[in-house]
Design a protein around this ligand. Structure first.
Ligand SMILES: N[C@@H](CCC(=O)N[C@@H](CS)C(=O)NCC(=O)O)C(=O)O
Length: 221
């Protein structure tokens, strides 16, 4: 049995959760709190001292993108064409700055200061806005509409869809959902992925009050 261990939020594990669900592998979604994380760390259970990890029969895989690539192979979401597979990998690795965009804000305990910094990140000239514009341009250049211009949906789409839109779930104070409406290609992309059969089915039990509401069709319209 595979065990995906992470905190009880979409974050860096959600793309792998979706890939595992589509893979046909037996797996368990193990959601832990900070105390359990601390114990796992001191027990030496975390290869790079961070979550997520995937515990498999062969051993533990760390790093969210490595887990996604592994699960993606079982779910048919790694392109068979080597060039397309490399472009999907490029996209995943290129998303690093977006994944880290809020890092400087987590340590700020003053709520107003934290909110002000987060808002500024997504205003013109901010790092967040720069990242969104880069993604907006990349989606505009994609002939297939998939993130890495692959023939079919790939692991790059799982990563982009889950990590980008989860930023606007309300889980991070100061980041407002209406920011997304400034980016028409991101809006179209949201609709394309949210309405893709496997994604639609995966989130069919999710309500609008759930932290995963950002993955539902029409979430940002
Ligand atoms: N590059 C790693 C980053 C993982 C990461 O930043 N994990 C965070 C949670 S999102 C963590 O474990 N934080 C706890 C800590 O650093 O003490 C990945 O993509 O898996």
């Amino acid at each position: 049995m595979n065990r995906l261990v992470y905190f009880p939020v979409p974050g860096r594990a959600e793309a792998s959760r979706v890939a595992l669900e589509l893979s046909g592998l037996e797996w368990e979604d193990v959601e832990v709190d900070g105390d359990t994380f601390g114990q796992m760390k001191s027990n030496g259970d975390l290869p790079w001292n961070m979550l997520p990890i995937l515990q498999t029969a062969n051993g533990t895989i760390a790093e969210s993108s490595a887990i996604l690539r592994y699960a993606g192979k079982f779910s048919g979401l790694v392109p068979e064409d080597e060039y397309e597979a490399a472009k999907a990998d490029e996209f995943i690795d290129g998303m690093g700055p977006l994944a880290r965009v809020l890092d400087t804000t987590f340590g700020i305990s003053d709520v107003e200061e934290r909110i002000a910094l987060r808002k500024s990140l997504f205003e013109v000239g901010g790092k967040g806005a720069e990242n969104l514009q880069l993604l907006e341009n990349k989606l505009g250049e994609s002939e297939t509409g998939w993130a890495a211009n692959t023939t079919n949906m790939s692991i790059a789409d799982l990563k982009l869809f889950t990590e980008l839109f989860a930023l606007f779930s309300g889980n991070y104070d100061g980041i407002e959902a209406d920011v997304i409406s400034r980016y028409p290609n991101l809006m179209n992309y949201h609709s394309k992925v949210a309405n893709e059969d496997r994604i639609l089915n995966h989130y069919s039990g999710i309500s609008k009050d759930d932290i995963r509401w950002t993955f539902l069709p029409g979430a940002f319209s």
